[in-house]
Design a protein around this ligand. Structure first.
Ligand code: HEC
Ligand code: HEC
Length: 303
């Protein structure tokens, strides 16, 4: 996500010139959420599809830490400096005590409880497509995890805190330039349930487009080249296209692709391991078979 971050930094400079005010966060009020009966099982399923743990792992050199818990701290290197995804276990040093609306504003709006913008390295631009109900279920599941006491590490930025403050506010300008807004997934009535489930998982929680879709001038996903592949957002290498998979003889049919998502390279499928795809594939293998088939059905329909 280096290029996105670079965009944030450039936007930071612009923000200083254009003005502080338009860049201010605009969180949803608590009244935006209706009554919600939590479904922990559904929350676990979406937490897995969304790969929350994959980014919020403990630091590599913390050999004592339980790698099944998202206590954060694993370095995320970018040209602007090194960032450490925070502790999101339900401890006071994590997201313990967060309200439902604070969580929804963070995951879908990229806005913190302190009313600052999060970096889009946290893929809220995709998570925004999730329903509030699914996001609250993710929280309900995360609230069942063991709380881990782990303080968040400040990013290592060359110019320190002032740079971070300007950059964060500047992200408000980036959000406007990138056309970011609340965009919940809309069903396509001309398609069946399986296709729509797959489209939801790919576009929303799965955030597959964050890597597989090239970006436009504003470093927003280029909708006209949806999942067409391109340079890797973290700098090195390329991400393959997920369009025309059948015509290009990558996969025979949706069942074949679902098997590839389940077993990856252990069954001889190639291009399933580098550039972050290994973690995605491992998460896919933990989903119910019907979700993998839904994802595969949607992807195989893209021409
Ligand atoms: C691609 C990596 C990535 C993934 C996947 C990811 N996050 Fe994060 N997350 C981050 C980063 C980086 C930050 C810090 C952003 C910042 O400092 O602006 C963050 C911040 C957060 C925060 C704010 C915590 C705080 O203390 O302010 C929450 C809550 C959060 N993530 C929850 C989630 C959940 C829930 C999921 C899965 C639905 C998820 N994250 C998936 C990278 C990721
Ligand atoms: C962190 C970036 C990233 C994310 C997020 C990501 N992918 Fe990938 N994906 C890659 C890379 C890089 C490759 C190529 C890996 C290789 O060559 O070993 C790849 C390869 C693939 C392939 C193989 C394509 C082929 O031609 O055989 C499929 C299928 C795939 N991804 C599906 C998905 C799906 C579905 C999602 C969302 C649930 C997703 N990816 C999310 C980076 C990503």
């Amino acid at each position: 996500m280096k290029r996105i971050l670079a965009a944030g930094i450039i936007a930071g400079g612009i923000a200083a010139a254009v003005g502080w005010i338009v860049a201010a966060p605009d969180p949803l009020p608590a009244s935006a959420l209706g009554a919600h009966a939590a479904n922990v099982e559904n929350g676990k399923r979406l937490y897995t599809a969304a790969g929350c743990l994959s980014c919020h792992l403990p630091a590599k050199d913390d050999t004592e830490a339980d790698v099944s818990l998202p206590s954060g701290g694993r370095a995320l290197k970018t040209p602007a400096g090194v960032f450490y995804p925070p502790n999101i276990t339900p401890d006071a040093t994590g997201i313990g005590g967060w309200t439902g609306i604070q969580f929804v504003n963070a995951v879908k709006g990229g806005i913190s409880p302190q009313n600052t913008h999060y970096l889009p390295a946290f893929p809220y631009t995709s998570y925004a497509r999730m329903t509030n109900s699914d996001v609250l279920d993710i929280k309900a599941y995360m609230d069942t995890l063991k709380p881990v006491q782990a303080s968040n590490r400040q990013p290592d930025l060359p110019l320190g805190l002032p740079a971070e403050t300007v950059m964060r506010r500047g992200l408000g300008i980036w959000k406007i330039a990138a056309g970011f807004g609340p965009v919940e997934f809309a069903r396509d009535a001309s398609r069946d349930e399986v296709w729509n489930r797959g489209a939801y998982l790919v576009r929303g929680p799965g955030h597959c487009g964050e890597c597989h879709t090239p970006r436009n001038w504003a470093m927003a996903l280029d909708a006209s080249r949806w999942l067409a592949g391109g340079p890797h957002p973290e700098g090195a290498g390329k991400v393959p296209s997920l369009r025309n998979l059948k015509a290009r003889k990558r996969f025979k049919d949706a069942k074949d692709l679902a098997t590839a998502l389940e077993f990856g390279e252990t069954l001889g499928y190639d291009k399933m391991s580098s550039g972050g795809m290994a973690a995605v594939q491992t998460n896919m293998s933990k989903l119910p078979a019907e979700d993998r088939l839904a994802i595969a059905t949607y992807l195989m329909s893209l021409e």
